[in-house]
Design a protein around this ligand. Structure first.
Ligand code: PSU
Ligand code: MN
Length: 295
């Protein structure tokens, strides 16, 4: 396997020295956000992770290998050259074909675990789409890969009740960070109660190290609400998401989430993009702090 996973010099050095690293998915840059928002997100997340003393382990694929660590040029390619969206199941074909790929949470967690990186950050996790039977591969990956993932809850285009129930069924721990309720991506509060909460990176690290000691092979999902200044009202987003689902009824497969996110941006006059950018930065920062507290 080692030949198939190429670490950048920076990541290899950090891991060798036992330093903290945060795995970052790149599908949010390649498919989730349009230009120039993806560029801003890449810069903000990279800087946020570094400000904590951790290294950003951007994950992607090129030339038949999973790449961990990216230069500014690599990130630029991922944002301008229309990479394939690579979930876990796509890894073999993506590496076989050799092209440029942007990894989702599922492929990123898979690769991070096998590289020895325990902490990851994203914006909103995938989950259960209402009414279509479409369930993100993120959920099954969360159930079988040990990690700590900082996010802002399921994306606002999903069914939060069904997604939370599925996480429970799959044995995936969900921790509210500074909240007792499940955040809902660009909406701060889904209204759904959470059983577990943390208010400090050390508390997250304590749970993560207990998970490690128990060898529980599932991810601890840490949910940090979107910053208040840019978060959107729940009813506004629910109405926009319903219109988007209606407008994109015929879209299927991996195109669904990017189409709905683009539509949400349109329907909210780009307010969803501002919120998405801010929550990505906050999640990257918290993930860096957690990674630091764990080492
Ligand atoms: N978070 C964001 N924007 C995104 C994603 C997460 O703020 O675009 C990506 C992640 O890569 C996640 C993927 O794994 O969306 C889920 O896609 P799907 O619903 O097709 O599984
Ligand atoms: Mn899907």
């Amino acid at each position: 396997m080692s030949d198939r996973v190429a670490l950048s010099d920076e990541i290899a050095g950090a891991l060798e020295g036992g330093g903290p690293a945060v795995a970052l998915e790149t599908s949010v840059l390649g498919q989730g956000l349009p230009e120039p928002w993806n560029r801003r997100a890449a810069e903000a997340m990279d800087a946020a992770v570094r400000s904590t003393g951790a290294v950003p382990a951007w994950t992607w694929t090129a030339e038949g290998r999973i790449r961990i660590g990216a230069t500014a040029d690599d990130l630029d390619r991922l944002m301008t050259r229309r990479p394939a969206k690579v979930a876990r199941r796509d890894l073999p074909a993506a590496l076989g074909a050799g092209g440029l790929g942007a990894t989702t949470v599922s492929a990123t967690l898979w690769a991070a675990y096998r590289t020895g990186i325990e902490v990851a950050a994203t914006g909103g996790i995938g989950g259960v789409h209402p009414g279509t039977g479409d369930v993100s591969a993120d959920l099954v990956e969360l159930a079988r890969t040990p990690a700590t993932l900082v996010c802002s809850g399921p994306k606002s285009i999903l069914d939060p009740v069904a997604t939370l129930e599925r996480l429970e069924e799959l044995g995936v721990g969900v921790l509210g960070y500074g909240t007792d309720r499940l955040p809902f991506f660009i909406v701060r509060d889904s209204g759904l109660p959470l059983d577990q909460r943390a208010d400090h990176p050390k508390e997250v690290a304590a749970a993560a190290s207990a998970r490690r000691d128990l060898e529980i092979a599932s991810t601890l999902v840490v949910c940090l609400p979107c910053p208040e200044e840019v978060a959107l009202p729940a009813d506004l987003v629910a109405e926009a998401a319903a219109r988007c689902r209606d407008r994109h009824r015929t879209v299927t497969g991996k195109a669904v989430t990017p189409a709905l996110l683009a539509c949400l941006a349109e329907e909210t006059g780009q307010a969803s993009l501002r919120a998405n950018l801010a929550l990505l930065e906050g999640n990257a920062l918290l993930a860096g702090e957690v990674a630091g507290a764990l080492t």
